[in-house]
Design a protein around this ligand. Structure first.
Ligand SMILES: Nc1ncnc2c1ncn2[C@@H]1O[C@H](COP(=O)(O)OP(=O)(O)OP(=O)(O)O)[C@@H](O)[C@H]1O
Length: 961
């Protein structure tokens, strides 16, 4: 739409511009044609001007650069292609007036040459205007062209700067066109003027005015580039001359400001040898007022020549008036006839020029009419274009309105759609909320139902579970009760079976021993029987002989009496032999006991066994120990503490120890007891046997002595069993046991009632070599059940005592004393032995123990008693070991003190064990060793003490009387 409008407008403006240019050119031609023809030079000037115009026209047509090319002075036109802001549309007349409106460049004074020669100035001025107009035409043409090509730059007009460059737009063919404007100050000589006039005259001859006329302007494209009617610049009349005043022809244009006076121009002609005045530019630039209307052909634009400007010329150059001709001027005047002829010729020229001009006017009138027609057509076209534009604008407005209404309706519909959408969304949201609420309620309801169901199910299952559990519990309790009963019954049966087995074993052993004895006796009896058989056979033969004798005696009574006496003699001899055999058997039993005792004596009266318990924790660091003789098992090597030798080097010694027997950690209580069982037998044989365990706390003393399979229970069982075996040989034993402890140098009864406050005291019967503890509870070991009872009670008391005195459980020496009194009913012999099984308190260094108060007292007491034990053993080893003498000397006589002093009274423990230590008793010491390295110090101390004891020889044990 805009393109079409632009195209229409551009076309219209082009037409308008062309019309205006045509009018201007016609107007110019008309003016030129109306000019009075000078006789010679002016005509030349006019012709030159027309020729310039033609050349300008030609130049414009032929050498006109494209719209974007530079102007004639080489300066590129600026902004010719730039769109101008929209302007108020003007009428064709106004535009025509604008195109001829003089610019500053136009009003600029012409060159000096133009100023000095009026005609030249006029035509050059015309040329200038023509060039300006051509420039304008260029602009118009450019506009026209751009209207077709650019179609958006229809309103582009030549920039003012281009218009102002009139000096640059001067045609090259114009007079002085090759001169720079700055050279205008040079005075022009008459010779120059004449040369110029002649040149113009020659050109005017070549010039054909009719070429400007004719309908060519309508069909020739170059006509479009014709300049607008150039308005002759008002030439100032400043050019004064001291020459004679010559009536000048003034061409008065419609605008009197633009009067061009030929007379003034003629005044500038140099007459004679007068000095030509330099051109003086007008004080104020001449304004070329554009006609508000297209000039009509009717008014006569020319005025009659006047000379009214002459005084003004005089007035402007008062100084030069002195050079005017005066009656006194001595100047040789030219010939009047010649001057007349010149004037006449000039007149003819003017006349001719007038006629030509008249012809031109006519032609111009025709052109004007033609232009008017054209104008009318153009006006019609314009109006039609305007109407079409209006129509198009209306259509555009309608379309815009439709577009706006459509957009508005679209916006409305969109808004309605949005509203509808929002309503739908709102409704959807509401529905969704309702649905959500319903679903939430439903879910809640379902949850509640499920919870209720779950709760009911839980309750139901819980009840069932409880019932099932109660049933199970009942069944379990029944089963457990039955199991417990069954277990108890089984345990009872088991115990009974064990007892039966033990009894059976004992019986078996007893039977075996009895069998052995019976076998022996049988053998003896067989021997006796054999002897008796022999005797009987002999007796029988004797009897038979006697019977024969009786028979003979009957026949001979004397011979019978002699046979009876022989038989009686044989019988008496058999009885004697049998008695001799029994005596021999008793003698052999005594020999066995003696040999057994000798074996024990060979082993030593104080023997030392070493036992290393196994480690109780795998994380503990152990002492490096070696058992170098696994077969004999009598040595042990202990890697000692780190020490520094004399050189200051770290030295770790390996300490070897040798004992009667060494038990490594793998050895059990069974292995240990097997080694001491012969010693237990000695107690039955009437010896005092003392077995004690020595060692630091936690080294395994109680485990070895008092545990269920320890030495005490095993000893009791063996003693009871052996005593029963000896019954077959006539021995009857009475066994009484007591269990005491020595705590802080006090005796406590472990078998007494809990609330017993009886004080225990030790009494030695040196005559009977018997030790008694007053107020101590003694349990009799008369049968197998009693043995187990004593063991159980002793262990219970021991545990009760340990529990009761837990704070001093390892702080006391426990002593189990079993007295064995036997009597052989056959031989009538008696034996008294005592078995002392002692679990000593743990040896402990005070500096290692956190001891204070009661604890310190306990430790001191323990250490003192242990030290006394060592002293006693050491004294026994150093003494004469005479046995009874020693005891007697210790207890009864001061004289014997010199023999040996055994410090039994230094502690309750040694005093209690006085009868069990020394030459007439068999002593076995267990040195218990803990394998942990943290116990290494105590271990070495214990081993050294045990080694000292082991080296002690206390004489030969004797049977207690
Ligand atoms: N040969 C062993 N085999 C297995 N465990 C043992 C052995 N010897 C000792 N023990 C264990 O070592 C721990 C300490 O032993 P026990 O109580 O006999 O030492 P103790 O020397 O009597 O101590 P205390 O002097 O404090 O009474 C016990 O738990 C015991 O069972």
């Amino acid at each position: 739409m805009s393109l079409t409008n632009g195209g229409h407008l551009g076309l219209f403006e082009n037409s308008e511009a062309r019309a205006r240019q045509q009018i201007n050119v016609a107007w110019l031609k008309l003016q030129i044609s109306m000019l009075p023809q000078p006789s010679t030079r002016p005509a030349g000037s006019v012709m030159r001007a027309l020729n310039d115009l033609s050349e300008s026209d030609s130049n414009a047509r032929n050498a006109m650069p494209p719209p974007s090319i530079t102007s004639t002075n080489g300066v590129k036109r600026q902004g010719s292609n730039l769109p101008e802001p929209a302007q108020k549309r003007k009428t064709l007349i106004e535009r025509a007036a604008e195109s001829v409106r003089p610019t500053s460049g136009i009003s600029r004074p012409a060159s000096a040459a133009g100023q000095n020669v009026s005609s030249t100035s006029l035509y050059r001025s015309s040329s200038n205007v023509s060039s300006i107009s051509r420039t304008g035409s260029i602009s118009s043409r450019n506009t026209s062209n751009s209207s077709y090509t650019g179609s958006l730059s229809s309103g582009i007009r030549p920039p003012t700067s281009l218009k102002s460059g009139t000096s640059t737009g001067r045609p090259k063919s114009s007079y002085g066109s090759n001169k720079p404007s700055g050279a205008a100050s040079r005075p022009v000589s008459i010779a120059d003027l004449q040369a110029a006039h002649e040149a113009n005259a020659n050109k005017s001859k070549q010039m054909s005015l009719p070429k400007l006329r004719g309908p060519r302007s309508m069909i020739d494209p170059s006509w479009n580039s014709m300049p607008p009617p150039a308005r002759p610049r008002r030439v100032s009349n400043s050019g004064q001359s001291n020459a004679r005043r010559i009536p000048s022809v003034v061409i008065q244009m419609r605008d009197k400001n633009r009067d061009i006076s030929l007379s003034a121009q003629l005044d500038r002609l140099h007459i004679g040898d007068s000095i030509l005045e330099p051109y003086e530019p007008p004080q104020t630039p001449t304004k070329c007022q554009s006609p508000s209307r297209i000039p009509k052909a009717s008014p006569v634009p020319f005025a009659t020549p006047t000379i009214k400007d002459t005084p003004r010329l005089k007035r402007k150059s008062p100084m030069k008036m002195r050079n005017f001709l005066t009656p006194h001027t001595n100047i040789e005047l030219p010939d009047p006839d010649e001057r007349y002829n010149d004037f006449k010729k000039m007149f003819e020229d003017y006349k001719q020029m007038y006629q030509d001009t008249q012809i031109k006017i006519d032609s111009a009138r025709e052109d004007t009419n033609h232009y008017r027609e054209k104008m009318t057509q153009l006006e019609q076209e314009r109006s039609s274009q305007t109407e079409s534009i209006i129509t198009l604008k209306a259509e555009n407005s309608t379309l815009q309105y439709q577009v706006e209404s459509t957009e508005k309706s679209m916006q409305d519909s969109n808004r309605q759609y949005q509203q509808r959408l929002e309503e739908i969304r709102q409704a959807h949201r509401v529905d969704l909320d309702i649905l959500r609420q319903e679903q939430r309620e439903e879910v809640e309801k379902l949850k509640n139902d499920h919870k209720e169901e779950i709760r009911e199910l839980k309750q139901k299952y819980q009840e069932e579970l409880d019932q099932e559990r109660s049933k199970k519990n009942e069944a379990l309790s029944q089963v457990s009760t039955q199991g417990a009963l069954e277990k108890q019954r089984h345990q009872t049966d088991l115990d009974r079976k064990d007892q039966e087995i033990a009894a059976a074993n004992l019986d078996l052993k007893r039977v075996e021993s009895m069998l052995e004895r019976e076998r022996q006796m049988n053998n003896d009896l067989r021997d006796s029987l054999k002897t008796a058989g022999d005797n009987a056979s002999r007796t029988e033969s004797t009897r038979q002989g006697l019977q024969a004798k009786v028979a003979y005696l009957e026949s001979d009574s004397k011979s019978q009496s002699e046979a009876y006496a022989a038989m009686e003699k044989c019988m008496n001899e058999a009885i004697v032999k049998s008695e001799a055999i029994e005596e021999k058997l008793r003698t052999e039993e005594a020999l066995r006991r003696r040999l057994h005792n000798q074996v024990q004596e060979l082993k030593g009266n104080i023997r030392v066994f070493c036992r290393v318990r196994p480690t109780l924790s795998a994380e503990e660091e152990l002492t490096r120990m070696k058992f170098p003789d696994p077969e004999e098992s009598t040595e042990i090597e202990v890697r000692g503490l780190d020490e520094k030798n004399a050189m200051g080097k770290d030295v770790t010694k390996t300490l070897p120890f040798a004992f009667d027997r060494v038990f490594d950690p793998s050895q059990t209580n069974d292995h240990v007891y097997h080694e001491i069982s012969q010693l237990i037998q000695s107690a039955l044989d009437g010896y005092n046997v003392c077995i004690f365990a020595y060692g630091q706390t936690g080294s395994g003393k109680t485990y070895t002595m008092s545990s269920e399979d320890g030495m005490i229970p095993r000893a009791l069982r063996q003693i009871y069993s052996t005593s029963k075996d000896l019954e077959d040989r006539g021995w009857r034993y009475k066994m009484e046991g007591s269990f005491v402890e020595v705590y802080n140098e006090e005796l406590r009864d472990l078998l007494a009632e809990e609330k017993s406050t009886k004080k225990l005291e030790i009494h030695h019967d040196m005559e009977n070599e018997e030790t008694t503890i007053t107020n101590a509870t003694t349990l009799s070991l008369d049968n197998n059940e009693q043995v187990e009872s004593i063991l159980a009670q002793a262990m219970a008391r021991r545990s009760v005592a340990a529990t009761k005195a837990n704070e001093h459980s390892s702080r006391s020496h426990s002593v189990f004393i079993l007295k064995l009194v036997g009597k052989n009913s056959v031989t009538g012999k008696e034996s008294k032995g005592t078995l002392n099984l002692i679990d000593l308190a743990g040896s402990e260094r005070i500096k290692n123990a956190e001891t204070s108060g009661q604890r310190l007292k306990e430790t001191q007491s323990i250490n003192r008693s242990l030290s006394s034990l060592g002293d006693v053993i050491g004294a026994l080893g150093q003494g004469p070991a005479t046995g009874p003498e020693t005891r007697l000397s210790l207890n009864n006589t001061r004289e014997s003190l010199s023999v040996a002093y055994i410090p039994y009274r230094n502690s309750k423990l040694t005093y209690l064990l006085q009868m069990s230590l020394g030459g007439n008793c068999k002593t076995l010491m267990f040195v218990m060793v803990a394998p942990e390295k943290k116990c290494l110090g105590e271990t070495i101390t214990s081993l050294k003490f045990a080694e000292k004891v082991s080296r002690t020889r206390v004489g030969v044990a004797k049977k207690v009387k």
